[in-house]
Design a protein around this ligand. Structure first.
Ligand SMILES: NC(=O)c1ccc[n+]([C@@H]2O[C@H](COP(=O)([O-])OP(=O)(O)OC[C@H]3O[C@@H](n4cnc5c(N)ncnc54)[C@H](O)[C@@H]3O)[C@@H](O)[C@H]2O)c1
Length: 334
């Protein structure tokens, strides 16, 4: 190779690698999830710009994070007037904005407050960064994902491969609990969790756990219920101070990094997420997804289910359908 062509090759690979670094926005960045998740994202070499939006405290959070000596530039944006600047040229938008549960509340009890927050943030994304990957953490995920999808449809920019409900925390919890019960290394355990993200709609597929594990019927039932109710375990332990924030920050960052790696061309990236789906009768459903440069590359479906798991999926579907309809109706009316 001549010196000139070697130089050109080098320039090309530099410019394409810098292009592959991403602008990531966190909407709800000052909250219990938003702050630690932003801290984790700030450490990633995959991110060139971390753009933080909230209705309160973003200048402080951004100033604080900007003093960390990693490559991502941090900008803070506060209030609706600054939302468009936050989203401009974004590749990935992660949304943990909204109120969390207090003891005694279901995720659906959050609908009245969080539905309009997600609707308005999704509308801004549809206008400013319609091609960005949208990762929704705000509950109830079973309804907020359909809301965001309807908003994107209204703006004629809907791509079902780019809107994800983040259910990674259910997988993280299932991995942790099963590793604990079986004395395994939690990092090596992988349990797909399908369905939705609330109570009985959370369906861990323990028969597909890697490495393979078995439980007696009563222990399997207890483990499944613990995974389904793990969020409530945290809500109760926090006694009114909110819901899972640190484990959710970890899970949200894990999903974001998987997406960024897949967008950059890494092969074999698989995560479960709540997406538009034809795998069951419910029009949105979480299953393992093969992620790629354009988001959802291939839905890997449910795989082989045990009869216990088939029953759980069947029980989940009516509630999921109601949650989805509630979100879609809200988006159509408003
Ligand atoms: N998907 C999951 O697995 C999962 C897990 C835990 C919590 N959650 C959900 O995540 C959400 C956030 O939880 P949290 O503990 O961080 O709550 P939090 O109250 O600590 O933080 C929420 C943040 O959102 C901000 N916010 C409110 N309205 C906004 C708006 N219109 N635009 C931008 N920001 C706005 C608030 O100012 C606050 O900083 C809740 O809905 C909670 O239920 C989801």
């Amino acid at each position: 190779m001549s010196k000139i062509s070697a130089g050109r090759t080098l320039m090309r690979s530099f410019s394409s690698s810098s292009k592959r670094q991403a602008k990531v926005a966190v909407l709800g960045a000052s909250g219990g999830i938003g702050q630690p998740m932003s801290l984790l994202i700030k450490q990633s070499p995959l991110v060139s710009h971390l753009s933080l939006y909230d209705i309160a405290h973003t200048p402080g959070v951004a100033a604080d994070l900007s003093h960390i000596n990693t490559g991502a530039v941090v900008t803070g944006h506060m209030g609706p007037d600054q939302l468009h600047a936050c989203l401009d040229k974004c590749d990935v938008v992660v949304i943990p904005a909204g109120v969390p549960r207090k003891p005694g509340m279901t995720r659906d009890d959050l609908f009245n407050t969080n539905a309009s927050i997600v609707r308005d943030l999704a509308a801004a994304c549809a206008k400013v960064c319609p091609k960005a990957m949208i990762c929704i953490i705000s509950n109830p995920v079973n309804s907020t994902v359909p809301i965001a999808s309807e908003v994107f449809k209204k703006h004629n920019v809907y791509d079902p491969k780019r809107i994800f409900g983040v259910t990674t925390l259910d997988v993280v919890r299932a991995n942790a609990f099963i590793a604990e019960a079986k004395g395994l290394d939690p990092v090596e355990v992988n349990v797909p969790v399908v369905g939705g993200h609330s109570g009985i709609t959370i369906v861990p597929l323990i028969s597909q756990c890697k490495p393979s594990v078995t439980f007696d019927a009563d222990k399997l039932d207890a483990m499944t219920k613990r995974i389904q109710e793990a969020g409530t375990e945290v809500v109760k332990a926090k006694a009114g101070a909110g819901s899972a924030t640190l484990s959710m920050a970890f899970a949200g960052a894990r999903f974001t990094f998987s997406l960024l790696n897949a967008m950059k061309g890494k092969s074999g990236v698989i995560e479960c997420a709540f997406v538009k789906s034809t795998e069951t009768e419910a029009s949105y459903f979480s299953t393992p997804l093969h992620l790629g440069p354009n988001g959802l590359e291939k839905n890997l479906g449910l795989g082989k289910l045990s009869s216990y798991e088939k029953d759980l999926v069947e029980k989940a579907i009516p509630e999921l359908k109601n949650n989805i309809k509630k979100g879609e109706d809200f988006a159509h009316k408003s």
